[in-house]
Design a protein around this ligand. Structure first.
Ligand SMILES: [Zn+2]
Length: 169
């Protein structure tokens, strides 16, 4: 899990400044940028369907695309949820982070490597690292370390308790 930060990894600043204009949004759609998921949605006028930026469906023509801040706005404009990317569901990135946390939580011995973790949630290590940090606020390794400290404290408490109980006998 040791790696030097990638120069592009200035997530927060990049994200807060990103996707303000339709040109930037369109650019994210053409790249199917998963980091833009949740930031906005796009509707395709010819199909009447709206999608997440990362949707794998065929790229629409620019002139047929309208952008929306959220799913409710897209539906209000009579667009239907895309069956493929399910824009009304839990954002895909939150789902990924949820599954990563569950995998870390289910591994009290901390044997899971970062490579195994990224494999378990089907996301590249680079993408997982920045996604996790952005959503949770700490890296997967820091999360793991914090879990370990909690487990150790609980163990020490149990140990003290057992010693006290022993003295009383
Ligand atoms: Zn879609």
């Amino acid at each position: 899990m040791n790696r030097t930060p990638h120069p592009a990894e200035t997530d927060i600043t990049r994200r807060s400044a990103a996707w303000r204009s339709d040109d930037e949004r369109w650019e994210a759609v053409t790249r199917r940028d998963p980091l833009a998921d949740g930031a906005f949605f796009y509707g395709v006028k010819t199909t009447g369907v709206f999608c997440r930026p990362s949707c794998a469906s065929r790229e629409p023509r620019r002139e047929n695309v309208a952008f929306f801040a959220d799913a409710a706005a897209a539906r209000a404009a009579s667009f239907r949820d895309c069956k493929r990317c399910q824009p009304g569901g839990l954002p895909r990135e939150l789902d990924i982070v949820n599954r990563a946390c569950a995998a870390l939580d289910a591994d009290p011995q901390q044997r899971l490597t970062f490579a195994q973790l990224s494999e378990a949630v089907h996301v590249s290590p680079f993408h997982l690292q920045r996604l996790f940090k952005r959503v949770v606020g700490v890296s997967p390794r820091q999360y793991q370390a914090a879990r370990r400290r909690v487990a150790r404290c609980a163990q020490e408490r149990r140990g003290r308790h057992a010693r006290h109980a022993g003295r009383r006998l």
